[in-house]
Design a protein around this ligand. Structure first.
Ligand code: AMP
Length: 114
């Protein structure tokens, strides 16, 4: 997608602090970290969010989860981290290319503020 921020980061057209890459996904540090460690893991394939998934992506999403755990461990937060996927604007999704936040490195507060 030519107008997608994360597609441009994946392609290397916009710089990012990439910490992991394989044939299916890329992980990089969030530009506005909400925790000492705030990493985004993103499939190379342009998928809008979980609601846009098809059965063909089941293996990809399984790999994304397993890779997130490896990235957390490799970055010293394997003992405790939070994963978040925002789906749709009401949930806070701002970039409409599926991505999972990996947060850790400090005690994390409640999941949602009231
Ligand atoms: P979401 O609100 O779930 O769509 O998350 C989008 C995330 O992308 C936010 O946490 C932003 O801080 C992050 N973000 C936006 N632009 C960049 C960028 N150029 N490099 C890294 N992270 C970014």
């Amino acid at each position: 997608m030519s107008d997608c921020l994360f597609c441009k980061i994946i392609a290397g057209d916009i710089p990012a602090d990439k910490i992991y890459e394989d044939d299916d996904m890329v992980a990089f540090r969030d530009i506005a970290p909400q925790a000492p460690q705030h990493i985004l893991i993103v499939p190379r394939k342009h998928i809008i969010n979980l609601s846009d998934l098809s059965e063909a992506e089941d293996a990809l999403i399984g790999k994304m989860m397993r890779t997130a755990a490896k990235i957390a461990a490799d970055n010293g937060i394997g003992d405790g981290y939070r994963t978040i996927i925002n789906n749709g604007a009401p949930a806070g999704q701002e970039v409409f290319h599926l991505h999972m936040h990996i947060l850790g490195g400090a005690p994390l507060g409640p999941l949602v503020s009231k």
